[in-house]
Design a binder for this molecule. Structure first.
Ligand code: IPE
Ligand code: IPE
Ligand code: MG
Length: 252
């Protein structure tokens, strides 16, 4: 299991091991061009492809992309259904390429409301890439940070019912082992495109000590240079994890 930034000071380097991205601004990208919002989502798929490739080149090991939040069901039905179709299409089209690129794909979130066909494609894509380990790509779909904490709580109690009698035995490790990405270290770098500076119920537990980077660039315009800019910014951060600057320097 990955180490916790609150239980021990993690080893870090100038290149983030794990990048988590809120891919925001598709709708505004399209509206600006007098196109339907859905055109922005379609264009956004290309940015996903570019980002996966750029992360591979930079040696990033984990990339987590927020594709559909647990609150995005509130959108108009036709937009939701386009997003679902796009998800199906992208899985069908991209999986062979991902397999060749050494990418292991996982989809995290509550998949139960998805159509059986989409669930089946997700399982196939995960199985087909499970031998890969160059880049661990996680797509967060019908994901919510609060859902994640709650489902972890339920999973933990199901696995160890005795804990309900002894809540004092519940610690971070016990809970985090049941979060939806136990294989991944906590994100080092969070990127949100589209100009908003909020977390929108993304990885609320896992972002405890993540460096937060916001850019006005709309997701469909996000490219390799944008990613490199974010990574360069990350390289300039002093990650203190609660310590003083002098302690950080002494520990180098
Ligand atoms: C992000 O872009 C994609 C999804 C949430 C699926 P938006 O669709 O939120 O684009 P804006 O924020 O309305 O511009
Ligand atoms: C967050 O974007 C979710 C995804 C990018 C999938 P939203 O566009 O849904 O976030 P809010 O509503 O502006 O906070
Ligand atoms: Mg948005």
């Amino acid at each position: 299991m990955a180490t916790s930034s609150t239980l021990a000071v993690p080893q870090t380097s100038g290149v983030p091991r794990h990048i988590a991205i809120i891919m925001d601004g598709n709708g505004r990208w399209a509206t600006r061009r007098h196109l339907p919002r859905t055109a922005g989502h379609i264009k956004g798929v290309q940015a996903v492809r570019r980002t996966v490739e750029a992360c591979g080149r930079l040696g990033v090991r984990y990339l987590t992309l927020f594709a559909f939040s647990s609150e995005n069901w509130r959108r108009p039905a036709d937009e939701v259904s386009l997003l679902m179709r796009l998800f199906v299409k992208s899985l069908e089209r991209e999986v062979v390429k991902l397999e060749k690129q050494g990418v292991r794909l996982r989809v995290v979130g509550d998949l139960s409301p998805f159509e059986p066909r989409l669930q089946e494609l997700i399982h196939q894509a995960e199985a087909r890439t499970e031998h890969n380990d160059q880049l661990n790509l996680s797509i967060a779909a019908n994901y919510g940070g609060r859902w994640d904490v709650l489902q972890a709580m339920r999973g933990m109690l199901r696995a160890n019912p005795g804990l309900a009698e002894h809540p004092e035995h519940i610690d971070e490790d016990a809970l985090s082992a049941h979060l939806s990405m136990p294989w991944a270290p906590e994100p080092d770098l969070f990127i949100r495109t589209g100009g908003e500076q909020r977390v929108s119920n993304f990885l609320i537990w896992q972002l405890a000590y993540t460096e937060l980077y916001f850019t006005d660039t709309y997701w469909p315009d996000f490219d390799r240079a944008c990613l490199e800019e974010a990574v360069a910014w990350y390289g300039g951060r002093e990650r203190r994890f609660g310590r003083t600057s002098a302690q950080v320097l002494a520990a180098r």
